[in-house]
Design a protein around this ligand. Sequence first.
Ligand SMILES: [Zn+2]
Length: 1096
Amino acid sequence: MPALKVGLQKLVDQLRALQKCFMSMEEPVNMNNSEDADSDLSTHRNRSRSSFDEGSLYISCTRPHSLVDPGKPYSSHSPVIKTGWLDKTPPKGTLIFQKRWVTLDAEFLRYYQNEKEVFSKRFIAVSTIADVLSVGEQKFEVVTKNRTFLFRAENSAVRGEWVAVLKETIQQLCSNGKTRSPSLSDAGGDSRGEKQGYLEMNGSRSKLFIVVSADRVFLYLNSEDRSQGIGITSIDMNMGSVKSTDPRAFSLNTCYKPFSFVAETTQQRDEWVEAMQACIGRSLSSDTVVWSVWVEESNRRCADCGAEDPDWASVNLCVVICKCCAGVHRSLGQSVSKVRSLRMDEKVWTDSLVQVFVQLGNDRSNLFWASNVPPSETIRPSSNNEERQNFIKTKYCQRKYRQYHRLFGCQEDLNKALCKSVQTGDLLETMSLVFCGADVNCSTGDPDVPNPLCIAQNYGRKLLEEFLFHNLNTEFPGVQDVERVIPQVAVPIPHAGILFKIGSTTRAVTERKGKGDFSQRWCTLDKGVFKYFDGEKRAHPCGEIKMSDVQCLVVNPLGKHGYLHTFELYQISGRIHLFGADTPDSVQQWIETIAKAIVPPEAEGMASWSFERVGRLRYTEGPNPHCPRACWVAAGGSTLLVLLHGTDRPESIDLRKLQELCVQPEPGPVVLVDRGRTLRLEGDRRADFPGWANSLQQGAGRGDGPLDQQQLTGTDVPVIVDRCLGFITQYGLKSEGIYRKAGVQSKVTALLSSLCLDARRVQLTEGEHKVDDVANTVKRFLRSVREGVFDGEQASLPWLRTVALSETSRRISQYQTLLASLPPVHQATLGAVINHLYCVQCFAEENKMDAHSLSIVFGPTLFQADGTDKSAGQVVEDLVQHYQAIFDVDAEHVKRQIEMISHIITAKEDRPDEETRTICGIYLEVKEEGSELLVQVSQKTTATDVVSEVLRRRNISSQPEDYWSCFLVNDKDDMDGWVNVTRNGHVQFCEEKGQRAKGSFSKRYCVVTATSLEIYKTPKSNHPEKDCHLQALKVYCGIRKKLQPPSSWGMTVVWTQDQHEMHRWYLCCESDQELTDWLATFFFLQHHGDLWPGTS
Ligand SMILES: [Zn+2]
């Protein structure tokens, strides 16, 4: 058998060689390989239907050498996932397996005669594959609805790989919910530019079913095959051309091979030609430039890191670069490097610019730019961002590795040489001169051709003209300047890596998610768009998240879910994404990179801080309510960073020291009073808001935490301690046996627990609270607070040992040393307690508690001990007696304090509760400068109060039939909160294309953001069905009756995509109010909040 196989292979090779001879004669025919019995088209219909591979067609055409790129697909569509040799079942009647080169991408499984062939013999749409089964030894079946294909691998390991990768690809396609495959007749409704039908193709003996779709032409044996997703091959139309050859025939010339087709009638021929031309147009738009620039071999590797197939370029520095390097180039600023895409920025790519790149090429450009790069400084595609940045800055800003021109340093000579080289048209020399200091704008002294650019024009040096044009304003900043000019945040460094993700939801993830709930995703973040893929090589993401659409990033506590590190992204549209991984470094990098991408430059400090959550909120400030503005907020521990509107850096708020924190029930705001200022953070019913409220509450201190996580006063003393000591100072200093007498246990317990819940809320009043209860409450707190005032048992030992020192001065200095080593909150708390005890013993005559009596009580309390160790009491007694020395307090200060306390105790005065009052400017009927009345309002003032006050002061008598209204007007400057106006919800949706409506109304989820209208099938859908720019829409109230809208509250949205395509969408709501809200949202956003009727 092996011998036979070898013999056959030889024959095949000979035949193939023969075909190549034909090919070289440019004969546009297909070659039916005699080896391939199944390729006999004329007979295939009559042959057994059960044949595994009836009717494949062999269009022989091998790739030109320059385009052979092993392991890479020739097609630009989907990256190839797997390739390799497999044996395919023989056609019926023969027993010999046929060796085929098989490729798999996200859309198709194809097999070819060999690895150099351009056109497949057969393709099977992945979307039609129902299953993949291992059979027998080394074999596997690819099962579609109607047919089964049998393949045999070299060994069972290879078989296993194919089966696994095929299954995964099918799975992925399913999970994407997309049937992009044009091979399915009913795939999606989007058949833009599609044409299909039978055509005779020169070389095949029967008509073929041809489909022109998007930027490809597909060949099928017949329309049934098409509907089954099984075809012969597809022709990429890039660089193709179509020509009519006779009344019914036309030819399609591709860069590989010409095809001839014959239509039934001239009219049909014209339609086909038109469809194919449009198809070429579509493919050209993306690929022409890239392929023309890649004609120069060295342009297929990044000039900086060597990455393959770079599709970006710096048009002034004349280098072709990869996406990662382009990100760094862009960060240097336009004046250093003008970065353009070879695929997207078509306009800049004139023929002459393309020629500049072809003539120079990365190799020659690097002769200049990288003539002496130390091996230690070179970068690779895998280099990290820092290395990449350093290298690129050194290369193009410092220009450290360049080939110095011999005239370097002599400006005049350089300029003269430039004028000369422009005449001769020497590109590399010109480049070398310009980047070594020659002045592109230098004067030639000739008024007819005043500068080098004119010389180039005069001499018809188009390429030089192009080069000079792009370098008219190039700066040479040096590396320091770049650091200064370019803020770090402007560096959009692409980031990529593996994360695990659970499907997005619309409500906060509260339950624990196990590892099994997560799927591995390859994630990228580039140019403000986060994408996640099923695998690194996938062309199509499973989903993407615009960073501008992220309103909150939450870092979960370790181990909250199955993965140790997890974080969540909340989108404005309401979707929530949960990501995780076990590697702290990579997760941390992702968090920082994402944070940088969502916050504005001024808030960049937040991104690199170890926050627990960062995001955008709306706020109002001060006692005057105003239109909410956007702010950026980051919370972590007890710190809150806030970037308020109009400020250039975040300010830091110590949440423990808030005077007040009030979390109102949803959708109420969270109110913070910090250093006398009131800040209201709005909830807006957002899914991330309860998390904010919780995080603020946690950060604001809690009674069950250690000393330094308590609510604190401005001087770092726990509010619980401060409140109680203050109360005793006011009401208890003359109470006999204060701190020694017991309180009422139940009252002490109740008071302590309410203080622990929120100490700021608790007002201690003389009538309600007894001094002994309060005294025992603070004692119990100090005795039980975690770690205690002396910061734990271990740290308290040196204090206790100090009493053994007999010399007072040595003890004092030892206490001072120990005090200095306490953490700030402990230090402040101990200071406050001892200061208080000092004051208490000053009134010992009345309260009978001298320093010794107090220390017997407070020794065990502060040391959290049982009282058997007497040294605890001795320490406290020392501290009280030598209070001024140990705590370094001014004697005068203590004296004044005691005097003040005496004054407070004696002067019993009522202080009425003060009400916040604000002055408002009120205009009557017209707003004229200086005509406003100033009215004092408080929280209790009603609109009626305001109106009657104004009328009274204007001497207007109000008649019973008069209706006066009172409006709160926001200045236009205050309207910058508008960007946050968004709306989402369910609507009944119906679409009309051209003149006819498609289908009836159905429920859709509609999202309006500041920039776009998106329609989703459900709130959980990852991809919008419709996504269009808000400003391209016209919104009308009402729907034509003919369409039978499901409710009478509808609106018509007209989207003009381009001049020819107009879409009409109908959205129906459930109530008048809803309709008004939707319309208001649209108009508000379209007009940037300026809805006041204009005068013009
Ligand atoms: Zn690169």
